[in-house]
Design a protein around this ligand. Structure first.
Ligand SMILES: Cc1cc2nc3c(=O)[nH]c(=O)nc-3n(C[C@H](O)[C@H](O)[C@H](O)COP(=O)(O)OP(=O)(O)OC[C@H]3O[C@@H](n4cnc5c(N)ncnc54)[C@H](O)[C@@H]3O)c2cc1C
Length: 554
C-alpha cells in the first residue's frame, strides 16, 4: 500500500470502521465516489459493532413503523426527535433488507421454515429483532469489512488516529479567510500511530463515525477505542453537542478487567437468573417488588449500585445455575457467555457469575439531522458518536446498529448529491486524490483553494518528550474513577460539581502536556478522554431533571 501523501485531498474522509463508517464508505463507493477510510486501531474490526450481541431491528410479523416509533419514544423517556425516529422506523428496515440481507448476505439466523428468526428484547412490543446467534455485530462487521476491503474506490488505512478537525476558522494562516463568517470543516490531521507522523488531510466532506465513549468510565462494555474522540474533535471545531448527560449503563457486565467487562445479556434474567449480593441475599424484590429481576435496566443498575455501596463490595452475583428455567442445556443456550465466563474460571452451570453495571451506550453526541449533517458545514456525524435524537434520554435495545446503518446510508446519499451538484469532476472515481497545491478542491465553493493552502501542517511542539506511561496510567485512573463515582448511575449536584472541577483541573494540566510533548496516540487519547469526561460532567451538572438514563438523586 503506497504511503499516504501529506496534504492530499479526498472527496470524502470517513473516520471509523464500525457499522456507521463502513456503511457510508460502501454506499459512497458504489456511487463512484473515492473514499479515504481510517481507523485508529490496527484491526479494523476492533470496534463496538463487532461486540454487539443481541441483534438489529428489522420488522416483526404484526409490526408497523408506528409501533416501532411508539416503542422508541417511550424508551427514550419522551425526549426523542420524532423526525429522526420516523426516519429510522420507516427507512431502517428497508436499508437492512437492501444492504445487510441482499448485498452483504449477513448470515442471520433462520427458522426451520427458512424465514428470518425474530426475537424480542426488553421494551419492544413485538418480536422484530434479527440476529446471528449471540454474535450479531461480529457477523455484520465481518460481512461489511470483507466487501469494503475489496472495493477499489475505498482506501482503508489502519493505525491512523484522527487528532483534530481542520476548519476554516481555526487553521488558516490567511487572515482574510479567518474573517469569513462561515466556519467549515475541510478535513483532519491524522496521526500515523506507528511512525508518529501527522498528515494534513483535506476532504470535501468529513464523516465522523468514531463510536461511543464508554472507556472514560471505570466499568464499561465498550472497546478500548471508545473514548469519545469524535465528539471532542467536533466540539473543539465548533459543532453543537447534545444530550451528553444521557449515558446508558448496562446492569450486568462480567466483573473482570481482563474479560473487558463482557456483557452478560438480559436474556439470562429472562430465563430465570437472579441477582444476589455477596452475603447470598437475593435483593431485587426490595427495589422492584413486582418485577424483581426483570425490572428495567436503569432500576436494576441502581439497585446493584446501592447494594455495592452499602456492602462496599466491588461486585454482586448473577445466579443462573440455581434458577435456570430454559429448555436447552445452559452451554447451548448461552455459548458465548459460557465461554467468556469459563475463560475467567467461572462455570455458569454450577457457579454464580460476578457482575457489575457498566457504561454501555452514549445516547448523546454531535447533533445531526436525518442526513447526518452537523451544525458545522461539510462535517457529518453518524452512529454512536452522533446525536440524531433517536434515543432521546435512553436507548431502546437494538436500535443502535440500525441507527448506524441507516445514518451511514443517508449520509452517503446526501454527500453523493452534494458532490454531484458540485460538478462532474467532484468525487468521481476517475479523479485521483490530488495535491492541493496543484489542484483546488472541486466543490469547495466560497472557500476556493487559498483557504486550504493557508492551513499549516501540524506543528510538533518541540522535542521535549514528557510522555511517561506512569503519568498516563494515573491520569486515566483519575478520569475513570471520577466518572464512575461522581458521574455514574446515581448523580448528585455535589458529585457532579466536584467531577467537573476535577476534570477541568486535569484538563489544564493536560493542555500544557499536549502543547509541550510530541504527539502520540496515548497522549491524544488521554487528552480526548479528559475532554469527553468534562463535556459529560458539565451536561449532567446543568440538568437537574432525572430522566431516562440521567438519574439525579439531588
Ligand atoms: C457489548 C456490546 C453489545 C451491544 N449489543 C448491541 C445489540 O445487540 N444491538 C445493537 O443495536 N447495539 C448493540 N450495541 C451497541 C452498538 O454495538 C454500537 O452502538 C454500534 O456498533 C456503534 O457503531 P459505530 O459505527 O457508531 O461505532 P463503532 O463500531 O464503535 O466504531 C467506531 C470506530 O471509530 C474508530 N475511531 C474512534 N476514534 C477514532 C479516531 N480518533 N481516529 C480514527 N478512528 C477512530 C474506532 O477505531 C472504530 O473503528 C452493543 C454494544 C456493546 C459494547
Amino acid at each position: 500500500m503506497p504511503k499516504l501523501r501529506n496534504r492530499s485531498h479526498h472527496p470524502v474522509l470517513v473516520i471509523g470502521t464500525g457499522i456507521a463508517g463502513l456503511t457510508s464508505a460502501w454506499v459512497l463507493a458504489q456511487a463512484g465516489v473515492k473514499v479515504l477510510l481510517v481507523t485508529k486501531t490496527s484491526d479494523p474490526a476492533d470496534c463496538n459493532t463487532f461486540w454487539a450481541q443481541g441483534g438489529i431491528i428489522y420488522k416483526g410479523t404484526n409490526d408497523s413503523a408506528a409501533k416501532l416509533i411508539e416503542d422508541i419514544i417511550h424508551a427514550g423517556a419522551e425526549l426523542s426527535n420524532e423526525e429522526a425516529v420516523r426516519a429510522l422506523a420507516i427507512d431502517g428496515p428497508k436499508v437492512v433488507r437492501k444492504l445487510l440481507i441482499n448485498e452483504m448476505k449477513v448470515p442471520f439466523d433462520k427458522t426451520d421454515e427458512g424465514e428470518l428468526d425474530l426475537t424480542q428484547e426488553g421494551a419492544h412490543s413485538v418480536s422484530r429483532i434479527i440476529h446471528a446467534g449471540d454474535a450479531t455485530g461480529r457477523a455484520i462487521e465481518i460481512s461489511l469489512l470483507n466487501k469494503v476491503k475489496k472495493e477499489p474506490n475505498i482506501r482503508l488505512l489502519t493505525d491512523m488516529t484522527a487528532i483534530d478537525l481542520l476548519t476554516t476558522h481555526h487553521h488558516p494562516r490567511d487572515i482574510q479567510v479567518r474573517y469569513g463568517l462561515a466556519n467549515e470543516c475541510v478535513g483532519a490531521y491524522l496521526l500515523d500511530n506507528r511512525t508518529r507522523e501527522v498528515y494534513t488531510v483535506f476532504a470535501d466532506y468529513t464523516v465522523l463515525a468514531t463510536g461511543g465513549a464508554g472507556q472514560i468510565f471505570l466499568h464499561t462494555t465498550n472497546t478500548k477505542a471508545a473514548i469519545g474522540d469524535g465528539v471532542v474533535m467536533a466540539h473543539r471545531a465548533g459543532a453543537r453537542i447534545m444530550n451528553a448527560e444521557y449515558v446508558q449503563f448496562h446492569p450486568t457486565a462480567l466483573y473482570d478487567k481482563k474479560a473487558n467487562h463482557f456483557l452478560i445479556s438480559e436474556a439470562l434474567r429472562g430465563e430465570g437468573a437472579r441477582l444476589r449480593n455477596q452475603k447470598g441475599e437475593y435483593f431485587m424484590e426490595k427495589y422492584s417488588p413486582s418485577l424483581r429481576d426483570l425490572a428495567p435496566r436503569d432500576v436494576v443498575a441502581r439497585a446493584i449500585v446501592e447494594e455495592m455501596t452499602v456492602s462496599k463490595d466491588d461486585f454482586v452475583y448473577l445466579d443462573l445455575a440455581s434458577s435456570y428455567n430454559g429448555d436447552e442445556p445452559i452451554p447451548e443456550r448461552f455459548p458465548n457467555i459460557a465461554k467468556a465466563c469459563a475463560e475467567i474460571g467461572v462455570d455458569i452451570e454450577s457457579e454464580p457469575i460476578p457482575v457489575v453495571p457498566a457504561a454501555h451506550y452514549f445516547c448523546g453526541g454531535v447533533l445531526c439531522n436525518t442526513s447526518g449533517e452537523t451544525t458545522l458545514p461539510r462535517l457529518y456525524a453518524i452512529g454512536e458518536t452522533s446525536c440524531s435524537g433517536v434515543h432521546g434520554a435512553n436507548r431502546l435495545a437494538s436500535t443502535s446498529l440500525l441507527e448506524g446503518l441507516t445514518w451511514g446510508y443517508h449520509a452517503a446519499l446526501s454527500i453523493r448529491g452534494k458532490l454531484h451538484r458540485a460538478g462532474p469532476e467532484a468525487g468521481s472515481a476517475g479523479r485521483r486524490s490530488a495535491s492541493v497545491r496543484r489542484s483546488p478542491m472541486p466543490g469547495m465553493g466560497v472557500l476556493g483553494s487559498s483557504a486550504i493552502q493557508s492551513i499549516p501542517d501540524w506543528k510538533q511542539p518541540g522535542s521535549l518528550n514528557l510522555e511517561d506511561p506512569a503519568l498516563i496510567l494515573q491520569d486515566w485512573t483519575t478520569i475513570q474513577h471520577t466518572m464512575w463515582n461522581y458521574v455514574g448511575i446515581v448523580r448528585t449536584y455535589e458529585r457532579l460539581k466536584r467531577a467537573f472541577a476535577d476534570m477541568r483541573e486535569l484538563g489544564n494540566r493536560l493542555t500544557k502536556f499536549y502543547h509541550e510533548s510530541p504527539v502520540s496516540k496515548d497522549i491524544i487519547e488521554l487528552f480526548h478522554g479528559q475532554n469527553m469526561a468534562a463535556i459529560i460532567a458539565q451536561a449532567a451538572l446543568k440538568n437537574p431533571e432525572s430522566r431516562g438514563a440521567h438519574f439525579r438523586k439531588e
